[in-house]
Ligand binder design. Structure first.
Ligand SMILES: [Zn+2]
Length: 495
């Protein structure tokens, strides 16, 4: 053996020892972490209490790929690689998949899916608060098709109810909590067709048909309740929850601003988590409990515009709100469900290295996966939408574009040119913690969620099992019966 060969052998041995050390260290870390999780899972006890309170978070358009990308962004904002991050609702012990199709569509819209989540039925595309007998934009078809849901079931059981959303209060998801319409866009009288028959616009149903909202002030005064209306941060922050029974907050003439553009001054608007905190503080005063629906509505809008950064920051805003709800409630008596109404055609693509900037381009580009046009591409992509270059010169290289990849209005590449990117048809996740959260399991139809919430909180058709339990609630009417909180934005074009 020559001196040179000896060096090669020595180097090889050292390399093998070093690699073995690294490997065992890596394996040790991953295994130790998983053993801890396994131990916790083995010790987990089912929570079979009655849910005094139920909070339903709906991330509008928050598909699984959106959650993954938001998780990475959260970690990278904190200076870590990102992939290992766990969002607040990802800590919840029970998870299921939700099949989001509508009766008549493979890929759904937010109106029919919100009806599924809150009323416990499948519905037709673009309808609100009605069952499958209601046909699209057909007024006469809804006469016998109107359905009740968690809001009314909870009110009838003596609970307080509230809605928090970052969209117009008459938009699809919040509208499904109180309205019935064969066309979700009939938000105001100006949108109703001339031959609307018995159909009422959604704003009318909110103001006039809801007994709580009709003659709002007079109603509250007659019942000796303390009510407040607020429309900016200054007034909102001045609200004392201990001295407020009803709160109406309308902060915009349309949707609330994106979190990335929100005015945080006294004249501006609260964040989603600030709205949720105030809502829970007021609703919690009812000894019978409450039902609160919270919608992160602008995740969907960011995606429709092909602006991934806006969609992901809205997802993180929803996560902040979930964290607030977890901190303010007791897992022994509050069921929290976090889900999405539908997904989007949004993807995390290529083979970027671990910790690669989630808002950046795929790096490195391997030879066998190198783009055929030789240009870089963003890790986040849309299957369709406004990010398709129609100029005829092919797509632009993201690294040579005028707009910075981190600009909040940067539009990611898309595969098919559409003015507005579309929803996706694959399943979304349901995350749950609290009483009866273990009923969230397996692959389920979306409308099953409402049945779990009703069973857990002993409302609607699922009251009987509560009479057999020691922890059953005393369902008595009091001042808070039908207490209604609405925190979001002003009605769309009704003035
Ligand atoms: Zn949408």
């Amino acid at each position: 053996m020559t001196p040179c060969d000896k060096h090669v052998v020595l180097f090889s041995i050292l390399f093998i020892l070093f690699w073995n050390y690294i490997y065992t260290q890596e394996a040790y870390v991953w295994r130790k972490e998983s053993q801890e999780i396994l131990k916790n899972a083995l010790n987990r006890k089912l929570n079979t209490n009655v849910a005094k309170n139920v909070i339903l978070f709906i991330g509008d358009g928050m598909g699984v790929s959106t959650v993954t990308a938001a998780r990475i962004l959260r970690g990278q904002k904190q200076g870590r690689p990102g992939e290992e991050t766990i969002l607040e609702f990802e800590k919840f012990p029970h998870v299921a998949l939700s099949k989001t199709y509508n009766i008549d569509k493979q890929t759904s819209d937010s109106g029919a899916t919100a009806t599924a989540l809150m009323a416990g039925i499948k519905a037709n595309y673009y309808t609100i608060g009605v069952d499958g007998r209601a046909k699209y934009a057909n007024c006469s078809s809804i006469r016998n098709a109107k359905v009740d849901g968690m809001v009314n079931w909870s009110k009838y059981a003596g609970k307080s109810t509230g809605i928090v959303t970052s969209t117009r209060v008459t938009h699809a998801t919040p509208a499904a909590a109180y309205a019935h319409a064969p066309q979700r866009e009939w938000e105001s009288d100006i949108k109703l067709p001339a031959n609307h028959g018995e159909c009422k616009d959604i704003a009318y149903q909110l103001i006039v048909d809801q007994s709580d909202m009709q003659m709002w002030k007079l109603d509250k005064e007659e019942r000796g309740a303390i009510y407040k209306y607020v429309w900016n941060n200054s007034d909102f922050n001045a609200i004392d929850p201990t001295k407020t029974d009803y709160l109406l907050g309308l902060f915009q003439q349309d949707h609330l601003d994106y979190e990335l553009e929100r005015d945080q001054s006294d004249k501006g608007e609260p964040s989603l988590s600030e709205l949720v905190r105030k809502a829970i503080q007021i609703l919690s005063k009812n000894d019978n409990g409450f039902f609160l629906m919270v919608e992160g509505g602008r995740i969907d809008h960011g995606h429709h515009d092909g602006k991934a950064k806006k969609a992901l920051y809205e997802t993180l805003s929803l996560e902040d709100a979930v964290r607030e709800a977890v901190a303010l409630t007791d897992e022994e008596e509050t069921l929290i469900v976090v889900t999405a109404d539908h997904s989007h055609v949004f993807n995390i693509a290529g083979y970027p290295k671990r910790g690669n900037d989630i808002l950046g381009v795929v790096d490195p580009l391997f030879r066998q996966w190198y783009p055929l046009d030789g240009k870089a591409y963003t890790t986040l992509l849309y299957a369709n939408g406004p990010g398709f270059n129609m100029s005829g010169s092919g797509r632009t290289d993201p690294l040579e574009e005028v707009h910075n990849l981190h600009d909040k209005d940067y539009v990611q590449n898309s595969g098919v040119p559409l003015k507005s990117e579309t929803h996706g048809g694959e399943d979304v996740a349901i995350y749950a913690k609290g009483p009866m959260a273990h009923l969230i399991h397996g692959v389920q139809e979306q409308h099953y969620v409402a049945h779990v919430m009703a069973y857990a909180s002993c409302v609607g058709q699922n009251k009987d099992h509560c009479r057999q339990t020691n922890t059953a609630l005393s369902l008595q009417n009091n001042l808070f019966n039908s207490c209604f909180i609405l925190l979001n934005c002003v009605f769309y074009s009704i003035y």
